[in-house]
Write a protein that binds this ligand. Structure first.
Ligand SMILES: [Zn+2]
Length: 255
């Protein structure tokens, strides 16, 4: 079991020369954890509730972007595998069938099945503190994340017709529909606000799917959701917006 006695602050592992990154991180995502520390901390916090990698299944949604993969891999390692819920921007499009499939794969040696959900859309912040900018290995020009959200900022839909489901662009058109239901035309926010709005939609979708697919009389579960932040020097951070367990039919906060 990982040893971590207390939450780490965001100041502990900020790369050198990244003062402006740290300022932007702390202003927008106060209390963010280095992602390694978050993975340890999630296990540490669930241990008293009897949830561990031997008796629980981890279900994870991050963006499809390859820079989100190392965080997924850390969770995979810590939890002996994960059921991958991911879509563009970390949205949850797998539906009842996908949730039920994950639940049917959970260990069931205990009387109660146990599920741990992680749902984290992402944003990059570069060394200058600019949200959206990042560096990718092998690419010379500055890159961006989350590309799906930045595409909506740069080319917002105009009119109801542009919110139709596009069979050739299913995930992006679903994302556009959901965001414009939340923000409306002419109200395109900045990238940080758009990312936080996306995370709220993901949390609402996650909790609705849990209600639709879980029987709390025989199931315990935990929810961790927030935002993954890609900083300079390929370091990742995790900002937690909501975390709780639902054990023996009672919800308890984790932080
Ligand atoms: Zn993305």
């Amino acid at each position: 079991m990982p040893i971590l006695s207390a939450p780490l602050s965001s100041s502990t592992e900020t790369p050198p020369g990244s003062f402006n990154f740290k300022k932007t991180l702390e202003r927008n995502f106060p209390g963010a954890y280095p992602s390694d520390a978050f993975v340890d901390y999630s296990q540490f916090r669930l241990h008293p509730f009897g949830m561990n990698q031997k008796n629980s299944i981890a279900c994870v949604s991050v963006c499809r972007d390859e820079i989100a993969t190392p965080f997924m891999n850390r969770l995979h390692h810590a939890w002996n595998g994960v059921f991958n819920f991911s879509s563009l921007a970390g949205m949850l499009y797998l539906g009842i069938t996908g949730f039920q499939a994950a639940h049917h794969h959970a260990p069931n040696t205990d009387a109660r099945e146990k599920y741990v959900y992680f749902a984290f859309p992402h944003i990059a912040i570069d060394e200058n503190g600019t949200p959206g900018n990042c560096r990718r290995t092998g690419r010379q020009a500055l890159s961006q994340a989350c590309g799906a959200l930045i595409k909506i900022l740069q080319d917002p839909p105009r009119g109801e017709a542009s919110l139709n489901l596009d069979p050739d662009d299913v995930e992006q058109s679903l994302l556009t529909q959901r965001l414009f239901k939340k923000f409306g035309f002419g109200e395109i926010p900045d990238l940080v606000t758009l990312t936080k709005g996306t995370q709220q939609i993901i949390r609402e979708d996650l909790e609705r799917m849990i209600q639709l697919t879980i029987d709390p009389r025989r199931t315990d579960y935990a929810v961790f959701t927030g935002i993954q932040i890609h900083g300079p020097a390929h370091k990742d951070w995790i900002w937690i917006e909501t975390s709780y367990v639902f054990v023996d039919g009672v919800r308890k906060p984790l932080l």
